[in-house]
Design a protein around this ligand. Structure first.
Ligand SMILES: O=C(O)c1cc(=O)[nH]c(=O)n1[C@@H]1O[C@H](COP(=O)(O)O)[C@@H](O)[C@H]1O
Length: 224
């Protein structure tokens, strides 16, 4: 079985992204390219990374009116990514139109509550429930909109899966030591997230900023 780990290559440097991906390729199941990479390298950069022959997760977290999101996804169709992201808080119509615009083989998943946010952060933007309740609410909305799954932290994935048995669950905010670091607040170990029902594990800095990314990826793989 291929690895559930998608390595997040958050860099503007195409050569560096290629070098890290090449180093870790035997211990990961796919590559995640996000806003930082895409704004610097565009579609040509994604095509270049696709030459490594690993599935591409294009994480642009689109969040706009339905027409704009659908047109942006149409523009990405030639890249045929394995997975793309939109924000669930864009609403049901936006999610429906996003799914309709995507290639049939592309999983469209909705970000629920970013793993960098905690209850206090939610309050500060006017959301009075906790992260757990908000993830459940948005998981239900994403399912009703016909999406493939959601992005949530390892803390909520078991509850989301209980409501959406065949959903696809993307879990970032993973730290091998299990402790919140840098900007991530809702964190978990990769092993615990998998046990809780994650379909794939998104891991960036614990691999990419290690002295030896290949050894770090191998060490994480050994825990799974
Ligand atoms: O959609 C995502 O992948 C995502 C959602 C989320 O709630 N939190 C989150 O960290 N991510 C992404 O997951 C990756 C986490 O990176 P590290 O914190 O370096 O492991 C980054 O590329 C984030 O953009």
């Amino acid at each position: 079985m291929s690895s559930p780990v998608y390595v997040a290559l958050d860099t503007i440097d195409l050569d560096h992204a290629k070098a890290v991906a090449t180093a870790v390729r035997n211990h990961v199941g796919g590559i995640k390219l996000g806003l930082e990479f895409f704004t610097a390298n565009g579609r040509a950069g994604v095509r270049e990374m696709a030459k490594l022959d690993l599935p591409i997760f294009l994480d642009l977290k689109l969040h706009d009116i339905p027409n704009t999101v659908a047109k942006a996804i149409q523009a990405l169709r030639p890249l045929d990514p394995a997975i793309i992201t939109i924000h669930a808080s864009g609403g049901r119509a936006m999610m429906e139109d996003a799914k309709a615009a995507a290639p049939s083989g592309t999983k469209v998943v909705a970000v629920t509550v970013l793993t960098s946010l905690d209850g206090e952060d939610l309050k500060s933007v006017g959301l009075n429930g906790n992260a757990h309740d908000q993830v459940e609410r948005l998981a239900d909305l994403a399912q009703a909109a016909g999406l493939d799954g959601i992005v949530c932290s390892g803390n909520e994935v078991a509850a989301a899966k209980a409501r959406w048995h065949n959903g696809f669950f993307v879990v970032p905010g993973l730290r091998p030591g299990g402790k919140a670091t840098a900007d991530q607040k809702r964190v978990m170990t990769p092993r615990a997230a998998l046990d809780n029902g994650a379909s794939i594990l998104v891991i960036g800095r614990p691999i990419t900023q290690a002295d030896d990314p290949d050894a770090a990826a191998r060490a994480i793989a050994a825990t799974l």
